[in-house]
Design a protein around this ligand. Structure first.
Ligand code: UDP
Ligand code: MG
Length: 323
């Protein structure tokens, strides 16, 4: 083991793998990845980000060093706790030194065979090759519908496209990685950031494998949280909606007020009972709370940004020796 010194020459390809309690799955995945890398020309690098795992992930990586191919260096970055996949990816991208960088899950869901196709497209000149999950049949219907709606909602501008079902499995040229790393924001909704930086992107449909072992770390709650980060950092639609809603309610109230005045003055009718008043007050109070909630959500994100805390804290890094 050596310290985290830059590699000379820079590796042709870095494979960044964020991993959280996925030691078992990683032992199943690493051999096929290494077989593939061994057959590639030039120096290769595997960057594993241990996102605060409580299992034997670090040991699995250290033990694997003896089985690495000649041309491959393994780099491990251990974060001080679990920071989440988006932060782990950022940590991996920051440490990766390859001319091209690909991000893959530790659980074997991203097939190595697709990586071969990605490299071919990259060598043909693509700056980004993004894999698109063509078949989401393994997910529940509710999850699929919600995800589809989400992508639809997120399409806020015509300047860049948030491609549905294009996730973190993507290969990027060095300049794209540098552009991503230069984005200073702390709320890292990676799928939005990929779209935002742009570059010549080729999409490659693929079918995700079933998880090699263990369970997905994402449930509806964490996906909802991620969706909120995405919406508040990439869309101002909710803010526009509430101002429109405010205008609509104001116009309606004005018309209704005129109606009451005319009704009372010309027809001399009594002011009707309290039910209308009570319902109106409660309705507008509800609307105001919703609006405050939406604004609060954005303010919360601003608060997160201005604190300027780092995205993650690195506990230790090491890499295997050049062979
Ligand atoms: N992951 C991570 N930090 C987390 C959650 C997940 O680094 O807090 C990693 C995980 O080890 C895996 C990848 O992110 O390599 C994708 O996670 P998972 O398979 O649980 O998600 P899914 O495939 O359901 O999107
Ligand atoms: Mg998975």
């Amino acid at each position: 083991m050596t310290e985290n010194l830059p590699l000379h020459p820079a590796p042709a390809l870095s494979v960044v793998i964020p991993a959280y309690n996925d030691a078992q799955a990683l032992t199943l995945f690493l051999p096929s990845l290494c077989d593939f890398l061994a057959a590639q020309p030039g120096q290769q690098e595997i960057v594993i980000v241990d996102d605060g795992s409580r299992d034997a992930l670090a040991e699995v990586c250290r033990d694997y060093v003896s089985r690495l191919p000649e041309n491959t260096v393994l780099r491990l970055i251990r974060l001080s706790r679990n920071f989440g996949k988006e932060a782990a990816l950022s940590a991996g991208l920051a440490q990766a030194q390859g001319e091209a960088v690909v991000m893959m899950d530790a659980d074997g869901q991203h097939p190595v065979a697709v990586l071969a196709e990605m490299l071919a497209l990259y060598r043909n000149g693509a700056d980004v090759v993004a894999a698109i999950q063509a078949d989401r049949a393994h997910e529940s219907r509710l999850a699929r519908t919600l995800k589809r709606r989400f992508y639809h909602f997120m399409q806020d501008t015509h300047r860049y496209e948030l491609k549905p079902n294009a996730g973190d499995f993507r290969l990027m040229r060095r300049k794209v990685v540098d552009a991503l790393l230069a984005l200073p924001e702390r709320q890292r909704f990676m799928k939005g950031l990929y779209a935002w930086v742009g570059f010549n992107t080729v999409y490659l449909p693929f079918k995700a494998e079933v998880r090699a072992e263990g369970q997905s770390k994402f449930n509806y709650g964490s996906l909802f949280e991620l969706a909120l980060v995405g919406i508040t950092s990439f869309s101002q639609k909710p803010l526009r909606w509430i101002s429109r809603m405010g205008m609509l309610v104001s116009v309606f109230s004005l018309l209704y007020g005129c109606y009451i005045v005319v009704d009372t003055l010309f027809f001399g009718r009594d002011v009707p009972g309290w039910a209308t008043v009570a319902a109106g007050v409660m309705f507008s109070a509800g609307l105001q709370l919703i609006c405050l909630g939406v604004i609060g959500e954005y303010i919360g994100r601003i608060y997160e940004e201005v604190k300027q805390r780092p995205l993650y804290v690195v506990d230790e890094t090491w890499h295997s020796k050049h062979k």
